[in-house]
Structures are given as C-alpha cells and as structure tokens.
Design a binder for this molecule. Structure first.
Ligand code: ADP
Length: 382
C-alpha cells in the first residue's frame, strides 16, 4: 500500500507477507484425497449410489453400477429408480432393518441382497450405505457384484445334496447285508462273529445318522423339508426319547422334572429329533458331568422343555452363531469333541416351523440350558 505526501507523491510503501504453505498443502492433500476417492468411483470394480427421500430415489450412480444393472443415465435423470423398483419385494423386511440401523448409527453393516436389473433378472450383491448428519435423508451406498460367491455357494449346496443322496443308497445296502449276515450266522450257530457284526452295525448307524442330517440340512436350504401334522402326546414322546438316550448313553443320568401334559399338532419324528439332539449335545459337551436335567413346564398356551447340562458352556459371543449351519464353537475343548455343526441348525429350523422358539443360557465352565418353547395350538407353518 503506498503512503503519499501532500503533493500526492509516494513516499513509502507498506507491505505484508503471509505464509500460506500450510494452506496450500492442505488444499493439495484434499485434492489428492478427492482424486483417490474419484479413482475408486470411476473404476469398474464397485458400484456407488446416492439416493434420497423416503422412497430412496436413486439420484446418482457411477458407471459401474449402471453397467452391473443395465440401467441408464437417463433412467437416473428421470428419477424413475427407487428402492421398490430395484430390489425384490421379499427384501422389504431386510431393508426395514437396514433403515433402522442407518437411522440409529448413520450406517449399516453390509448385507447380502439382490438387485432387480433393467431386464428383470436378479443380481446377487453385497451392499452397504451411510447417511450424513446434516442430510439424514440422503444415503451414499456401495454395491459389489456377489454372483461368483453365490454361485460357488450354490455349487457347494448342490454337492452336499448330491453327496448325501449318493451315500444313502450304499448305506442302505450295507445295512440290509449285515442284518442278512447276522441271521445266516445265527442259523449256522456261529456266534463268535456276533460282536464284530454288532460293532459294524453301530458304525453303519452312525454314518447313516450323519448322512440323514446332511440331507436334512440341504432340504432346509432348499426349503424342501417336509413336516407331517399329527397329534403328538408330548410326555410320551419325551419319555421314549429319554429312555433311548439313557440306554445308549449310560455315562450320564438323565433326570426329568415335571410333566407337560399336552398333546400338540406336530411332526412326531421331527420333534423327537429336536429332543434327541439337545440331550445328545448336553451329554457330549459335558464330559466330566454325571447328570443332565430336563425340566418340563406348561402354561395355558405353551409348553417349555429345558435341557440343562453341567459342561463346557458356550462363550457369549458364540451363542447366536451355534444355530447357524455348520457352525462349531471355537474353544479347544469344544473342538476336541467330534461334530459337524448341523444338529442345532436343524433343531432351530424344526422348532421355528412348529411356531416355537429356542434360546440358550450358558456359563463357560459351568454348563448350558437350552430352552424350547412350543405353542400348544398351532398348525405347522408353511
Ligand atoms: P455339533 O455338536 O455336531 O458340532 P451342533 O449344531 O449340535 O453341532 O452344535 C453346534 C455347536 O454348538 C457345537 O459345535 C458346540 O460347540 C456348541 N454346543 C452345542 N450344544 C452345546 C452344549 N450343550 N454345551 C456346550 N456347547 C454346545
């Protein structure tokens, strides 16, 4: 700035100098970080979407998303794409949960879902989204093509289904042959081979049970597990199951307290499978214990069966997972006990289909209580 005298001549200059290196660096860093994010958005490996409002209208998306789904920029500009249109109707409950999570946490854990593409086909995707504090009605999301993984999963499921079918036939033949052999040997008075034959039969029965469980798992996956509807005297079924278990597992005393005094409309064999599995787990996972207790209780509307063991227990963070397919608890003591992680998955499915619930309480090193509650009057759900 010039300083002038009365005649208007410049006699001095004032000047200032500000160090803006920091500012420049920040600007450059911001630009760089924007460019980096841009590189991801412009790549063709991840779909990015932006949607707004209650109907979640898609207002913007990158080329990768459009490429995946077949929609065009024009579709976006016309504001014709909303969540209803690009996701299948059966996903509604899933998105309800997602929206709730977004509302409370500002983001949701990635979900596996399907997108309805422009040509009507469905694309399996992994998707997640965040919202902004100052714009809670706006969401930015990512979408990853999940079809390769889904296809692999399907192939594994098909394999399990085929393998269990393929294994069943030779097992049935083996079973028939051993019982034929048993009869022939008995006829000829050759009793010396009887113990070996018995042990063969025990092993065959073990493998048969595993194969049956594998078949059940794949039927559940495909939604093809069938249920009969019949009147089931629950006390009689429990008595029968417990007697059989007691005979085959003399290591533990199975104590029963109470009665349910109820008949249910249910599938007898499937319910028997539930109790057999829970009791067998209670025994299996309490190697040092002497007893397993079963408490029975009935109210006006429900019956409750509690299977209580004094065994290894289950860590809190694994308690929900044990009902998932093929999940096994990870502790070294648990892992040392053989199993394939199918039993509780099947149990939970059967209980659910009977309109009931199953829960677990547990204390590590002390034991677990599995509680099954079944409604007295209810048809098996389709
Ligand atoms: P499996 O026993 O064949 O592994 P399940 O589906 O029956 O399969 O059980 C899943 C997992 O849950 C088991 O691997 C075990 O770790 C845990 N679990 C089930 N029942 C009990 C129990 N009564 N006590 C402790 N852990 C249990």
């Amino acid at each position: 700035m010039p300083v002038r005298n009365e005649a208007g001549q410049i006699v001095k200059w004032f000047g200032t100098c500000t160090d803006i290196e920091e500012q420049k660096r920040t600007e450059q860093a911001l630009r760089q970080s924007q460019e980096r994010i841009r590189a991801l958005i412009d790549s063709n490996i991840i779909g990015i979407t932006s949607n707004e409002g209650d109907e979640e209208v898609l207002v913007d998306a990158n080329d990768a998303f459009l490429h995946m789904t077949g929609y065009t920029r024009e579709d976006l500009n016309n504001r014709t794409l909303n969540r209803m249109r690009i996701t299948p109707p059966e996903h509604a409950p899933l998105f309800q949960r997602v929206l709730q999570e977004v509302a409370t946490h500002g983001q949701h854990t990635p979900i596996e879902a399907e997108l309805v593409c422009k040509d009507g086909s469905r694309l399996p995707v992994l998707a997640g989204a965040v919202t902004f504090q100052d714009h809670p009605r706006q969401m930015i999301g990512f979408v990853l093509d999940n079809s390769a993984r889904k296809e692999l999963e399907q192939r594994k499921d098909d394999f399990i289904s085929m393998a269990s079918h393929e294994l069943r036939n030779p097992l049935t033949a083996l079973k028939m042959q051993t019982s034929l052999l048993r009869r022939q040997l008995a006829k000829q008075g050759l009793q010396a081979s009887a113990p070996a034959l018995s042990s063969m039969e025990t092993q065959i029965n073990k493998v048969t049970r595993l194969v049956e469980e594998l078949l059940d798992v794949s039927k559940i996956q495909a939604g093809r597990l069938e249920y009969r509807q019949e009147t089931v005297d629950l006390d009689a079924l429990l008595r029968e199951t417990i007697d059989t278990m007691q005979q085959t597992h003399p290591s533990h005393r199975i104590l029963v307290r109470g009665v349910v005094q109820a008949s249910l409309m249910a599938d007898r064999d499937r319910l028997g499978q539930v109790f057999t599995n829970l009791i067998s787990n209670a025994i299996k996972y309490s190697p040092g214990a002497e007893t397993v207790e079963i408490d029975l209780e009935a109210s006006l509307e429900t019956v409750t069966i509690r299977v209580h063991d004094h065994g290894l227990g289950i860590p809190r963070e694994q308690r929900d997972k044990i009902f998932e397919r093929f999940y096994r608890a990870t502790g070294p003591k648990q892992k040392a006990i053989p199993g394939l992680g199918m039993g509780l998955y099947i149990v939970a499915e059967i209980v659910k289909r009977h309109g009931g619930t199953i829960t677990v309480e547990s204390a590590v090193g002390k034991g677990s209580i599995f509680t099954v509650t079944l409604p007295k009057k209810r048809d098996i759900l389709d």
